[in-house]
Write a protein that binds this ligand. Structure first.
Ligand code: ZN
Ligand code: ZN
Length: 263
């Protein structure tokens, strides 16, 4: 059984009814650390020491500014004796960026974060203690953020493409052919040309090209479906599923995919 929880589904502006996009796999693999990460884990009844693997996509604040809180909670609350392994996967130079962030946020309290985790810059990795391996690949987003996505392959053969933040991107399309589930951001509405984000019409075009893949939309610019303020959730074809905070996806032993809606 595979389980993917969506602890947040909003873009950087946290639209009404959404926290920042945050994906949790099998309750131990976390992709990115948005600012309200601790709140998001708590809603799921979790603590930071439950997380064994932390994967970073790029250096925008809505994906990283929760890191000092993550390490602080781990050090002082849920793992003070450092009994739980933490493995962090990131691009070269990332460890320094995250260390600086911790020193700015909690000076004097997190000086040893380098030793609180094992740090890996490899582009391919088999995650120990899980049934997953990943390949990291470059995507089309603000170049200064060194943007990447992750192709995650389960031992059963199920493939998930987590695209990070990206506009339409040949690297994503090349990998989508073989993916069972594509987690695609939709950071901007159809009000202009945005090379660094998918818009609703980009997502529709993408889904038409890959009818075999389940397209899950996150990092949504629009408010939750339940709220009438702000940008309204666009109407998209039914084969595209716009996630809400708290939704989850399960894949059983036969490879059948089920979406579990929150409320
Ligand atoms: Zn973002
Ligand atoms: Zn971004």
């Amino acid at each position: 059984m595979i389980r993917i929880d969506f602890l947040g589904t909003g873009n950087a502006f946290t639209p009404f009814g959404r926290l920042h996009a945050l994906t949790l796999i099998d309750e131990k693999i976390l992709i990115d650390t948005p600012p309200t990460l601790i709140t998001q884990l708590r809603r799921k009844g979790m603590k930071t020491s439950d997380i064994e693997h932390l994967l970073f996509t790029h250096w925008h604040a809505d994906h990283t500014f929760g890191f000092p809180f993550f390490m602080l909670e781990r050090k002082y609350i849920s793992d003070p004796m450092l009994e739980h392994d933490l493995k962090i996967y990131l691009r070269p130079g990332g460890k320094e960026k995250l260390s600086n962030l911790c020193n700015v946020g909690f000076p004097g309290s997190l000086e040893e974060i380098g030793d609180m985790a094992d740090w890996y810059e490899e582009e391919n990795f088999e995650l120990p203690g899980t049934n997953w391996k990943f390949e990291r690949f470059p995507v089309c987003h603000t170049p200064e953020t060194d943007p990447h996505g992750y192709e995650l392959t389960h031992k059963s053969g199920i493939k998930i493409l987590h695209c990070g933040d990206s506009g339409p991107c040949i690297e994503i399309e090349n990998r989508a052919k073989n993916a069972d589930i594509v987690i695609l951001e939709m950071g901007m509405p159809d009000i202009g040309d945005f090379p660094y984000h998918y818009t609703p019409s980009d997502v529709v075009e993408f889904s038409k090209k890959f009818p075999e893949s389940l397209v899950l939309v996150t990092h949504n610019y629009a408010s939750s479906k339940k709220i009438s303020k702000g940008f309204q959730t666009p109407n998209l074809p039914k084969e595209i599923y716009q996630l809400e905070d708290g939704d989850a996806v399960e894949v059983n032993q036969n490879g059948e995919i089920k979406i579990i809606k929150n409320g």
